[in-house]
Ligand binder design. Structure first.
Ligand SMILES: [Zn+2]
Length: 192
């Protein structure tokens, strides 16, 4: 099986209490995210890291406080979540797919599948199993696991490397995911 790791929105604005849209308890995930990303690098497992990259007056800010504006500190990923060798896939349609151990996929909406180049990246990586973690369980992680299940490949969610905005909504998202055949795993199981 060719596994692909998918690290969702582990960005400063979401992960740190002083961030613009802190996800409760997310700061405690940093060691787990770092361990998973380093494991991917060491094992040659492709790592997709999705990131919000909003414009200053993004329509999303009608619903959410402004966060992850492109070019700001809050939009960046903490150093321990970054691999030395990486590339970025923007959202203008037709952007060329450049592969690296870590592929940062930018988006301006909750769902990474709104980046029109994302399906082509998945095709290019030709993964047949996805391991997903990051934030927030009840928003962007939920959209990603739903879309990835739609590819027909197995999807595993790392339950000790996710955090929810609202724990009850997070639990509902996980229940909906397992009901559709998604599986649950842990950092130590994955990195064995
Ligand atoms: Zn956003």
């Amino acid at each position: 099986m060719k596994t692909v790791f998918v690290d969702i929105d582990t960005q400063i604005d979401f992960l740190f209490p002083a961030g613009a849209l802190y996800v409760p308890a997310a700061v405690g995930l940093l060691p787990a995210i770092a361990r998973l990303n380093e494991f991917a690098a060491a094992q040659g497992i492709p790592l997709i890291s999705t990131t919000d990259a909003h414009s200053e007056n993004d329509p999303e800010f009608r619903e959410w406080p402004p966060h992850c504006v492109a070019g700001t500190t809050g939009q960046r990923k903490p150093g321990e979540t970054l691999l030395a060798s990486r590339t970025t896939l923007g959202f203008p349609p037709g952007a060329p797919i450049e592969l690296a151990p870590q592929i940062v996929v930018e988006k301006q909406a909750l769902d990474v599948f709104t980046n029109p180049n994302f399906p082509a990246l998945l095709d290019c990586l030709a993964g047949d199993r996805y391991v997903v973690y990051g934030v927030a369980t009840d928003y962007c992680v939920s959209r990603a696991i739903t879309g990835l299940l739609g590819t027909g490949n197995p999807v595993a969610l790392v339950t000790d490397a996710i955090a929810a905005v609202n724990p009850e909504d997070g639990a509902r998202a996980i229940a909906a995911f397992t009901a559709r055949g998604g599986t649950l795993t842990t950092v130590s199981e994955v990195t064995g």
